[in-house]
Design a protein around this ligand. Structure first.
Ligand code: RIB
Length: 312
């Protein structure tokens, strides 16, 4: 059965400082603790999907340094097929993350080895993309590579999920080919050129993209829940109330579960509900890949926390 999830994206080592608050420019403050975690939006989404029961292959680049080897080992340990992950002569991608007392983060990513992925590398994977059910992409690898992968997947009618993070301008002819664009509010604002301060704003911003030919948007609004939006339909998944420790990779857990749900032909209501539960569980633990839940944890959580997902 064709159920493969292919993630083409970044693999980073996360250097994380926990502090009471974020410093302002020019200020030095004392933090509470420091930790290193395996991260990178691509690897997080791949491992999230694998832990949630997906059949996942990852495409990415790491350095030949100790971080690179540890991150590769971690992908394998989490049952992610890593035959297309290679170590190159650049440092492993690094994310400098600060998390405040409310669990909110700021992140600076230095792509390093992630930036060496090329369109020619993607050409080598045409058959793999043809045999993929759900392709998952983000923007921590070169944009021309993302666009190229989307063009190939579109020709094969592969379902394409694009998480446009970190926010960047993407050609509209590329966005039109994406099956589900999965932004947060600030990413939607950049893509549409509209404000996204309220749900009404967000709907108008989405309408702007629909008017230009985009098909479907899954909008993640953190503590305000998640939405499926299309030109003529919308579904709302209310947020789960949980104790927030660290919001890093919550969006990645959401996308990993959404990809698994699509690969398993679940309906959109169920997909949104399960993705929201995975995202909620991820914020209750520190770190990126260390916080990603297992399928059994999502299912136990959903039994305990009833939530109704509604079309409106
Ligand atoms: O989405 C969270 C991720 O963003 C972190 O793991 C960090 O590596 C950055 O890529």
């Amino acid at each position: 059965m064709k159920n493969k999830i292919l993630v083409i994206g970044s693999i980073n080592i996360d250097l994380v400082v926990y502090a009471q608050r974020h410093p302002i420019p020019g200020e030095t403050i004392l933090g509470d603790r420091f930790n290193t975690f395996p991260g990178g939006k691509g690897a997080n989404q791949a491992i999230a999907a694998a832990r949630l029961g997906g059949n996942v292959q990852m495409v990415g680049r790491l350095g030949k340094d100790t971080f690179g080897q540890a991150l590769l080992d971690n992908l394998r340990k989490n049952q992610v097929d890593s035959q297309s992950v290679f170590q190159v002569d650049e440092p492993t991608g690094t994310a400098l993350i600060t998390v405040d007392a409310k669990g909110q983060n700021t992140i600076i990513v230095v792509p390093g080895a992630n930036a060496t992925l090329t369109k020619a590398d993607i050409d080598q994977l045409k058959e793999t993309i043809r045999d993929t059910k759900v392709l998952v992409l983000q923007l921590e690898i070169p944009l021309d590579v993302v666009i190229h992968a989307i063009n190939i997947a579109y020709e094969f009618s592969t379902t394409i999920l694009l998480n446009p993070a970190p926010a960047a301008h993407i050609p509209i002819e590329t966005l039109r080919k994406v099956t589900y664009i999965i932004p947060n509010e600030s990413e939607l604002a950049l893509l549409s050129g509209k404000e996204t301060n309220s749900f009404v704003d967000c709907r108008q911003a989405a309408n702007q993209l629909f008017a230009l030919g985009c098909k479907q948007i899954i909008l993640t609004r953190g503590e305000h829940g998640a939405y499926y939006l299309s030109p003529d339909h919308q579904i709302f998944a209310p947020p789960f109330k949980v104790a927030v420790v660290d919001t890093t990779a919550a969006g990645d857990a959401f996308i990993g579960e959404f990809a698994v749900a699509l690969a398993e032909d679940m309906d959109l209501h169920t997909a949104l509900l399960r993705a929201s539960a995975a995202g909620a569980l991820a914020v209750t633990k520190a770190g990126a890949q260390t916080s990603l839940p297992l399928k059994s944890e999502v299912e136990a959580f959903l039994k305990k926390h009833k939530q109704e997902v509604k079309s409106f």
